[in-house]
Ligand binder design. Sequence first.
Ligand code: ADP
Length: 438
Amino acid sequence: MDDTKLDEKQLLLDNKKLAREVKRLTLDISLLRVANEQAVNTQAYIQRETERQMFYIEQLMRTSPNLFILTDEKMRTVVASDLYFTYTDAYDQNAIRRGIPLGDALLGVFPDAELEAFLENCRAVLAGERVKPYALRGVRTGQRWRVTIRRMSRDEEVVGLNILFSDTTEFMDALERAKAADKAKSNFLAKMSHEIRTPINAILGLNEVILRESREPDTVAYAADIQNAGKTLLSLINDILDFSKVEEGKMEILPTQYELGSVVNDLVNMTRTRAEERGLEFYAFVDETTPHLLFGDEIRIRQCALNLLSNAVKYTKKGSVTLTVGYDEVDADNILLKISVADTGIGIKPENMERLTSPFARLEEAKTRTIEGTGLGLAITHQLLGLMGSSLRVESIYGEGSEFSFAIKQTVVKWWPVGEISRYRSEGKDSAARREAF
Ligand code: ADP
C-alpha cells in the first residue's frame, strides 16, 4: 500500500472519531442545556416564592397593630413593622434592613433612662435568660407599651431577637378611668353613709324617748317599728362605711388586750334573741381551757363572728345555729383562736361558693328575696379576716346547712382558762342531746 492510501485511511478513521466526538459533545451540550433550563426554572421558582413570602410578610408588617422589631444575634435590626416608622423618622425600612444597632434604632422612641435598661434586658434574653413582659412608655405620643422580648433560634443556633411592643394605651386608660370611677363611688358612699348616720342616730335617740315615755299603745307600736327599721338602716350604713374603708385601704386593725369571755357573751346575747324569735335552737360551745386574756382586735373579731351568726340565723328556717369556740396552741405566747358557726339552713350550691364573698352578691335571689341583706356582710368579713392574717372557710351541703369558720393567731396575755362562763344552750327539746354529743 502506498503512503497516500495509508494517509487517506487514517484520515477516514480520524474523521469517524471526530464525528463520534462531535455527537457525544452535542449530546452533552443538550444535556447541559436541559440542566441549565431546569436550574433557571428552579431559580425563577425560588425567586417567585421568595417574593410571594415577602409580600405576605410585608402585608403583616404594614397592617400589624403592634410594633415589632426583629434583630440579628448582634442586636442589629433586620426588619421592623410599619408602626415603628410612626414613632421615629430617623430611618426608613431599607436602612433598618441593612442593620442599625438596636440602641440607635430606638433612640428617642422611649426615654433614654429606660432605653439602657431595655437594651440590658435584650442582652440578657440573647444570653438565654428569661425577662418577663413589662410596661414601657413611648416618648413622642405617651404610648403605653407592653414589651415582650423573645430569643429566636434556628437549627439550635441563636439567630436574633423578636421584640414585640403591644400597645396597651387604651386598655390602661380605660383601667385608670374605671379605677378612678370606682374610687369616686367608694368616696361618695363613704361620705353619704357618714352624713346619713348622724340624722339616723338622732331619730333613733328621739324615738327611744317616745318608747320610754309614751303611754299610748299604738304610738309605742309605731315607735318600735321605727326602732327596728332604724337599726337595720344603721347597720346597713355601717356596712357600707366599713366596706369602703377596707376598699380604700383605710381600715386599720387595732389590737388591744381583751377578755375572750366577754366577746363570747356578747355574741351569745346578740344572737340568742334573734334565733329564738325565729324558733331556732341556739348552742354555744366554748373549749373551757381556752386562755381568757388575749391580745388582738377584739372589735373586728366580734364583727366577723357576728356577721356569720346573723347570717346563720337569717338563712335557717328550722333547726339550729351552733357557735363553737376553741383553740390550738401555736407556741409559748400564741394560740390559734378558732371560731365556727354552723347552721341547718338553706345551704349553698357548690357553684355559688366562689361568689359568696363578692361585694353585693346575694345568692339565689328568688329564695332569699324576703330576707334582709345587702350582700356586704361576707365581703367585709372576708376582707377583715385577710387584714388579720386569716381567711374564711366555708363548708356547705345545699339544702342541709353550712359551716363558716376562721382561725386567727392571737397573742396570749394570760393563760388562765376561760372556764365555764360561756357554755350556753337555748331551751329546746333536743338541746341536751346536742350538748352531750358535743
Ligand atoms: P347578705 O347581707 O345578703 O346576708 P352576706 O355577704 O352576708 O350578705 O352573704 C352573701 C350571700 O351569701 C347571702 O345573700 C346568702 O345568699 C349567702 N349566705 C350567707 N350566709 C349563708 C348561710 N349561713 N347559709 C346560706 N346562705 C348564706
